[in-house]
Design a protein around this ligand. Structure first.
Ligand code: OSB
Ligand code: MG
Length: 374
């Protein structure tokens, strides 16, 4: 297999509902879509879902665009490969920039699956025909607003709710949601906002009583030791997100018992092959995983649904339906959740068509290897 042409589209879409985490607020997204065309004219699509600002991780839309054009496009173009792993080996020398790599990885995997006439899920080795989806709710202006959001998503059929927390927005909102929904599958995500101090220890001691499914990324990404210490002192499983960007990080987490659940994000880990390897390693260690999201458009969302079909994705994933985020997605049909479940497409590749007209209408810049000398 050989990719002979690449097109990139930077596409801006507004979010249906603004989203605030401990570090930033977003009302619109700016993701990069990649179309890879092989020697036989088949196409595969991938998405670079980096946030515009370096507040979740160090990448931005701008750094991803630059790394893609300067390093990843030239690495990938014209390379002969049989497996997506061989394609990914073409950018082995590029350190970091996992979001940018993930877009190319997914485009390669989509092509690979289509060439074999397989769904992406099947090509990855997944067997689930549907995946359980949860919703991730941002920090709201008031607790009443948050309760209304929870109510809305429960009515939409979602059975698992994750709440963003931050110092000053933690014990109270969690207690309020728990009181209103005693049996809800509820968890919290701090996005690394807490300093490792006594005040934080007290917050987590109290949250430990709220019967949460997990506490996600309380401390700074690199501080595995702080997570390990907290895990030894509370019952609620800690889940790591930002901390784990490669398999080495996962080994550190497992060796230190710095968390008992893993959030696998295809974007954060640099692509589908690494995500699958992390899934396998976690499964061997008896650590359950779920698929986190970065508000992906339909292209990245479909890749998330596909990886979630692997057997150790036993907890609900952040793969809610497109309508939670966008009035019109970049794929047809959009990703749809029914009673909190998303059907894993059986059609070849990601199983969705690209709405090129909508992509073009929202494209702020584009690049085409057929229209430049690189
Ligand atoms: O930590 O999972 C996170 C969005 C932006 C940055 C970080 C995170 C998130 C989400 C989004 O929680 C989940 C989704 O895509 O629905
Ligand atoms: Mg998270």
């Amino acid at each position: 297999m050989r990719i002979d042409r690449l097109r990139l589209f930077e596409v801006a879409l507004p979010l249906v509902h603004g989203f605030q985490t401990s570090s930033h607020r977003k009302t619109a997204l700016d993701h990069i879509l990649i179309e890879a065309t092989d020697a036989e004219g088949r196409t595969g699509w991938g998405e670079i879902a980096s946030p515009a600002d370096p507040f979740y991780g160090s990448e931005t839309t701008e750094t991803a665009w630059t790394i893609a054009l300067r390093h990843l496009v030239p690495a990938v173009l014209g390379v002969e490969w049989d497996t997506p792993e061989q394609l990914e080996a073409s950018w082995r020398r590029v350190r970091g920039h996992e979001f940018a790599k993930a877009g190319f990885s997914s485009a390669g995997w989509d092509l690979h699956a289509r060439a074999q006439g397989l769904s992406l899920a099947t090509a990855l080795g997944g067997s689930r025909t549907e995946v359980v989806a949860g919703v991730s709710l941002g920090i709201e202006p008031t607790i009443d607003d948050l309760l209304a959001q929870v109510e809305r998503q429960r009515d939409a059929g979602y059975g698992r709710v994750k709440l963003k927390i931050a110092p000053g927005w933690d014990v109270e909102p969690v207690r309020a949601v728990r009181a209103a929904h005693p049996h809800l599958d509820l968890h919290v995500d701090a996005n690394g906002a807490y300093p490792d101090d006594d005040a934080a220890a007290e917050v987590f001691r109290v949250l430990d009583e709220a019967e949460l499914t997990m506490i996600e990324q309380p401390f700074a990404p690199r501080d595995f030791v702080a997570h390990a210490r907290l895990q030894q002192s509370i019952e609620t499983p800690i889940c790591l997100d930002e901390s784990v960007v490669d398999l080495g990080d996962l080994r550190t987490m497992l060796a230190l018992d710095a968390g008992r659940i893993l959030n696998i994000k295809v974007s954060r880990m640099g692509g589908l092959s690494v995500a699958r390897a992390a899934h396998d390693l976690a499964a061997e260690a008896g650590v359950p995983v779920w698929c986190g999201g970065m508000h992906e458009y339909g292209v990245g969302r479909a890749a998330n649904v596909a990886i979630s079909s692997l057997p150790n994705f036993t907890l609900p994933s952040d793969v809610s339906g497109s309508d939670k985020y966008f009035t019109r997605d970049v794929v047809t049909p959009p990703v749809v959740a029914h009673e909190g479940r998303v059907t894993v497409p059986a059609a070849p590749g990601i199983g969705h068509d690209i709405d090129l007209e909508w992509v073009r209408q929202n494209t702020s810049r584009s690049f085409d290897t057929d229209r430049s000398d690189g």
